[in-house]
Design a protein around this ligand. Structure first.
Ligand code: HEM
Length: 525
């Protein structure tokens, strides 16, 4: 009379409350074997050992043990949504990219917003840059516009990225702080990196504590190229402008929101979309030719500089609407893979050294994060246009090319698979390159303060006060006074009143200005 299940042992005749009895929802194993009892393992008697024979137990535990994949090395915490991009103004005279040519055309998109420094389990309202990554599933393949909510970056050359990220993330010995810039290592690094100070000014401004993901701007940061049917190149910078307006909170609010609801931004986006209040952004472009680029007082290939909108106006060409939440966070938001190198024919890269490093880095990290070379088979990453090539095999290959031939050239005629298309295929812009091979940057890359000052002076008095308060607060957390002094020495090259306010707030004497390269912009001091 040994009971065969827990329910039976409870004396209710074998019925468990977990069993629906509806055959349409019968639970199965991964192999499709129907499950009769998923709550009790197979044991040698009610008090005996658990049996190795129980394949259902083993499968359930094995699978659970492998649920985690590495979180993103940066931008680990994020939230994603589906949407649509509609073109309202054609750029056909500048580009052969289909997605930017046909007015009224709608292109399916997936967007992931993120913080940068914190781990996946950190909180939303950290003082941090926000990622704004957009995947457009165009008729000519996926176009990923992987931007941030700040138009410039901390570093000019990708070789500095590992150092930047190590300095921003948790300190190696103690493992904290994990989502704040307020610590010795970040300020040690920034104070030794004059090129970071334009972005540091943005980081200390209200921009880095947005009210909502719905109220941030987005920037592609780098110059890209548009290439038209004649092969002519036009430089372009991409902007996303929120129709909800640009809005931030103040630090006091951010701290309270983080305490009350660490998921505030993620919940806010989810609820807005869920209730039909779809957020929208206009896509803007700054278009300029080589002559305009040459006339700028700085190098547009320097990602720590922006092109003022007064000099090259932003032309609005389309609208992004986020209209559908994900069905499954892991399948979509966690497994989506963006890469700056994903561009359709008609869009190409500039020679920005930061961009070139990114083009390598994203694919490289995704090969590890998503377990091999076939992550484009995952639905959120799969192009919506036909995909035809001779690449095959590898872990988790879902779709291998059909047919006899798996190489080119081949002479199998129509059965021989896809062929190159010189007319419609992607062609890199033909540019002259002749210069000594050297670890060099162009001269104006050394002007680190002109645009930092321009940004500070563009702020309203109340915004300037917030920025000064943020610097005092953050630097007051730095334990070494020499690091504080080195940080303030950069502010002396940006704005002397700001430097004095911060030194005063920190109760320290005003240090000498940092040794500075000649400013290129003629701005009031
Ligand atoms: C992730 C933006 C610079 C390497 C991301 C994401 C964004 C972003 C938005 C998150 C993508 C997502 O939601 O999945 C930017 C911007 C940069 C920049 C705007 C400068 C203008 C760099 C550089 C490197 C780099 C210089 C390396 C050389 C990475 C890596 C990831 C990442 C490895 C994780 C990707 C993944 O695991 O899928 N970046 N980034 N980023 N970024 Fe960047």
């Amino acid at each position: 009379d040994v009971p065969t299940s827990y329910a039976e042992a409870q004396g209710n005749g074998g019925e468990t409350h977990q069993t629906t009895g509806d055959p349409a929802t019968t639970m199965t194993s991964q192999q499709g074997i129907p499950v009769s009892d998923g709550q009790n393992s197979l044991r040698a008697g009610p008090r005996g050992p658990t049996l190795l024979e129980d394949f259902q137990l083993r499968e359930k535990i094995f699978h659970f043990d492998h649920e985690r994949i590495p979180e993103r090395v940066v931008h680990a915490r994020g939230t994603g949504a589906h949407g649509v991009f509609e073109l309202t103004d054609s750029l056909a005279e500048f580009t052969t990219a289909d997605v930017l040519s046909k007015v009224g055309q709608q292109t399916e998109t997936f967007v992931r917003f993120s913080t940068v420094a914190g781990r996946a389990g950190s909180f939303d309202l950290a003082r941090d840059v926000r990622g704004f990554a957009v995947k457009l599933y165009t008729a000519q393949g996926n176009w990923d516009l992987v931007g941030n909510n700040i138009p410039v970056f901390f570093i000019q050359d990708s070789i500095k990225f590992p150092d930047l990220v190590h300095a921003v993330k948790e300190e190696p010995d103690r493992g904290f702080p994990q989502a704040q810039s307020a610590h010795d290592n970040f300020w040690d690094f920034a104070s030794l990196m004059p090129e970071a100070w334009h972005m540091v000014m943005w980081q200390m401004s209200d921009r880095t504590i947005p009210r909502s993901y719905r109220t941030i701007e987005g920037f592609g940061v780098h110059s890209f190229r548009l290439i038209n049917a004649e092969g002519k190149s036009t430089f372009v910078k991409f902007h996303w402008k929120p129709r909800q307006g640009l809005q931030s909170v103040v630090w006091n609010e951010a701290v309270k929101v983080n305490g009350a609801d660490p998921d505030f931004h993620r919940r806010d986006l989810w609820e807005a979309i869920d209730s039909g209040d779809f957020p929208q952004w206009d896509l803007g472009v700054q278009l300029f030719d080589q002559a305009t680029a040459d006339a700028l007082p700085f190098d547009h290939l320097d990602a720590t500089k922006l092109i003022p909108e007064e000099d090259v106006p932003v032309r609005l060409i389309g609208t992004l609407t986020l209209n559908r939440n994900v069905d499954n966070f892991f399948a979509e938001t966690e497994q989506v893979a963006f890469c700056t190198a994903n561009v359709p024919p008609g869009i190409d890269f500039s020679d920005d050294p930061l961009l070139h490093g990114r083009n390598f880095s994203y694919l490289d990290t995704q090969l590890k994060r998503l377990g091999g070379p076939n992550f484009t088979h995952i639905p959120v990453n799969a192009p919506r246009c036909p995909v035809m090539h001779f690449q095959q095999d590898g872990h988790m290959a879902m779709i291998n090319p059909k047919g006899r031939a798996n190489y080119e050239p081949n002479s199998w005629g129509p059965e021989g698979g896809p062929r190159e298309n010189p007319e419609l295929g992607f062609k890199s812009f033909t540019a002259d390159v002749e210069s000594p091979k050297a670890r060099l940057r162009s001269e104006t890359f050394a002007d680190h303060y002109s645009q930092a000052r321009m940004f500070y002076l563009s702020q309203q008095p109340i915004e300037q006060k917030h920025l000064g308060d943020a610097l005092v607060f953050e630097l007051s957390k730095v334990t070494r006074v020499d690091i504080r002094a080195r940080a303030v020495s950069h502010l002396r090259n940006i704005d002397d009143n700001l430097a004095a306010t911060v030194a005063n707030g920190l109760g320290m004497a005003l240090p000498d200005p940092a040794k500075a390269a000649k400013p290129t912009l003629d701005l009031p001091t």
